[in-house]
Design a protein around this ligand. Structure first.
Ligand SMILES: Nc1nc2c(c(=O)[nH]1)N=C([C@H](O)[C@H](O)COP(=O)(O)OP(=O)(O)OP(=O)(O)O)CN2
Ligand SMILES: [Zn+2]
Length: 144
């Protein structure tokens, strides 16, 4: 596993947790301008999730690392992203591009974090699609 520090916007939360994991998935980009990416192909996606907060839960966790990985890995690993209800071939905002997958991972994780009493917040999702291509999604209202 890579051991690396990723760029994170400055924030004033007391705790910052980062979780790295991989998942393998197929996708295609359903647009004529996508070139070879129109054809179904696969990636081993690498993800780094950054979660921040000021309070720990009863176990002394900001959030359980395992829960964060499971939310995404169980759903997307060895799947075709275009078939997941989070994505659609009908709207560019929902095509499974690196940008949209990163945003979707954020949405799934933040929805879970919103159920926790200590109210952690997902600050960013770093998603690497290939050795030379990655996207960082940061929700605009967080870290201000
Ligand atoms: N802004 C985006 N551009 C591209 C995306 C994307 O999701 N967002 N996706 C692709 C392709 O799906 C492909 O998976 C990645 O493309 P690319 O980085 O060009 O991959 P290569 O290995 O061919 O790149 P090298 O420059 O040869 O390393 C395309 N664009
Ligand atoms: Zn691709």
């Amino acid at each position: 596993m890579m051991q690396q520090i990723y760029p994170v916007s400055p924030h004033s939360y007391a705790y910052e947790l980062n979780k790295d994991f991989h998942f393998a998935a197929a996708h295609y980009i359903p647009h004529e301008d996508a070139g070879k990416c129109k054809v179904t192909h696969g990636h081993t996606y690498f993800t780094n999730i950054t979660i921040v907060g000021d309070k720990l839960d009863d176990t002394g966790f900001l959030v359980n690392f395992k829960a964060i990985k499971n939310l995404i890995h169980k759903r997307f690993d060895h799947e075709t992203l275009n078939q997941d209800p989070a994505f659609s071939d009908d709207h560019a905002e929902l095509f499974p591009t690196t940008e949209v997958v990163a945003r979707t991972i954020y949405e799934i994780i933040q929805e879970y974090l919103d159920t926790l009493t200590n109210q952690p917040v997902c600050l960013q999702v770093y998603l690497r699609e290939t050795p030379t291509s990655y996207c960082i999604y940061r929700p605009k209202e967080v870290g201000k």
